[in-house]
Design a protein around this ligand. Sequence first.
Ligand code: 7GP
Length: 798
Amino acid sequence: MTYQDARTPGLQDGILHHLTYTIGKDAAHATLHDWRLALSFAVRDRIVDSWFASTRASYEAGAKRVYYLSMEFLIGRLLGDALVNLRLDGEAKAAVEGLGLDFDAVLHDEPDAALGNGGLGRLAACFLESLSTLACPAMGYGIRYEHGLFRQSFDNGRQVEAPETWLQQRHVWEFERPEAAYSIGFGGHVAEQDGRMVWTPAEAVLAEAYDTPVVGWEARWTNTLRLWAARAIDPLDLARFNHGDHVGAAVPEMLARAISRVLYPDDTTEAGKELRLKQEYFFTAASLHDILRRFDSEHGDIRLLPEKVAIQLNDTHPAIAGPELVRLLHDTRGLPFDEAVDIARRTLNYTNHTLLPEALEKWPVPLMARLLPRHMMLIERIDADHAARFPARATHAVADGEVNMGALSFIMANRVNGVSALHTGLMKQTVFADLHALHPGRIVNQTNGVTPRRWLHACNPRLAGIITGTIGEGWIGDLERLAELEPHLGDAGLQQAIAGAKRANKADLADWIGATHGLSVDPDAMFDVQIKRIHEYKRQHLNILEAVALWQAIRANPDAGWTPRIKIFAGKAAPGYVFAKKIIRLVNDVAAVLNADPVTSRYLKVIFLPNYNVTLAERLIPAADLSEQISTAGKEASGTGNMKFALNGALTVGTLDGANVEIRDHVGAENFFLFGMTAEEVVARRAVEGHAGQAIAADPRLAAALAAIHDGAVSPGDPTRYHDITGNLRGPDYFLVCSDFADYWRAQREVDAAYRDAAHWTRMAALNTARSGWFSSDRTIRGYMAEIWGAASLGPRA
Ligand code: 7GP
């Protein structure tokens, strides 16, 4: 079924039409890039009808709308996704090949829109797709960064960052909306006029909207992602220009544009920069203006806001929404202060994505007061009123000269949610314990999920085809139906097909690694993959330490029947996170030594693939045998890569952290390689003085691996290179790498043994797929709709 009616020409006609009239090229002279744009425009045409229909249906129903405010949307490439959801992939391939082009090459020409750092941003992208699939009237709001997450390369093993340039090409999916522009102010002063507080900003920039349609599965529904670009209100200081200061005349424009210029590349530490706070207010204020304008056009009485609008704050980055909404309702619209706070609080909700203290945003009061003077006043009043209601156990949002954005978000939220059962429990016990005691019931859990369209159907066509051939295609829109696979798994033909699909995916990846990175890898070796941001809590260094220990063990006894393994790493380190960058260099150094070892390299190779992004994930996950989810328990809020791997038939070696706990419950303990301390044991262990030293003394293997790194075995010309890492692990070892090492080694040897029994491994892998249906972001979004937003589906099949 394709969404084509009498008015829409065949896709090939559409491509040729756009090549001529939109791109202005003759087929004889068109480049791959021209063809890709032409195809994208032809596909976009097909989305627009569904988009208009959805917009009309939302207005007609007068239904509650959901607004997802997020600093990050890690959307990746959009063409393949759109084709799949429109069910045009077959026709597109035929049309493109009919024009004498390589379909994959056309798809791969699209830049990967990296408007996010990691899990939080990718989750937002999965949520948008599920909101459309579920026909929930919704809109995503964010920033149209000119430069997304930096491009990573290696220089002698060290991370080098270069600006990302996705917008240097025409972004075909967006529609500019010059009519939806708002002036956003900063600084200035506040004065009382006729009994009302009036904020007069010292400067202002223009927020200009760009809309990207987000089409759901089978084009049932299409929502909008609206991204804001910053512009100067007066593009040129003409007086300055006419006085001959041609550069200076452009300064206002440059200053304004800086606000939407770059994505901050830190996902765990607030940048501490005024510009970051400006970015946050810029997009939050523009979004709220837009939301209220739409609300006013549909409903008369502002008191209906909580019934008609649900706003989700994706972490605290848009937390200024609380005071801003109060300002708009109280100062601008004249509602009494208490009522304004009440309406705002019943409209807003907040998702927490991390408990790491360094990632919980706090802004110095003087900065907030200077940049947003009226907001600072409102924050103080909101905080004081809240504290006055609970004199015995007040938790202050303003304390020690800082505004705690987590506490402010909590105070101003109808619901606060964590992203896995474990994480939500820890929120209640730790960071938000006091606020939870004051507001029991406000914290709820919504375990994360991933969209099965991108993360199985599109990225792994071989496995998806087998599944559809076995149980039909209902699973794509209803992932829990994967359970219907299980009764078929005894079938030898099906097992063979599943194993064959994995083998073929691995062969493709091996070819690509050989061609692009010059490393030859055997597709029959186990593909052991750890891909995520580089962070000490995620413990890439535990993984590489195990690689060194394994290397030593193989060297000592080369004929012991080792299971061949390729350890694949990918991920970016925040540019200012020196230790994480050192880990990257260590992995690259270990790779160089191990891959060149004639004795061991038959059994063990290591590669760090540069520039991890959504596109690389789509390539790696279908080819993985083993998924590394080895964070220190209690530190990974959920994880979502862990779900993608299980869905694609990789087995997990992991700790009881984040959503690993729930994955293991679903796939069965016997199909999951568990190791390591629990979150409670972690806390107890940390209190043991000399815990790392004890672990090292008890484990000669660990001691030898650490000594090798310390003595320069992988950095022969520079033996002290890794003393900071070995010193940390032998000393404080906050993330308990040493204390978990022995059990990790034990689990990895169990993995080796299991992999040698190919039939059993395939069965375990297939059970991971069949039992991962619960981890669809459709399930997550249904949970938000029912338990947080009170929103209903409007779809044709609702
Ligand atoms: C991440 C968490 O680290 C990850 O465990 C979770 O799966 C993901 O959010 C989605 O919920 N956090 C971030 O990416 C992040 O930037 C800092 O957190 C606010």
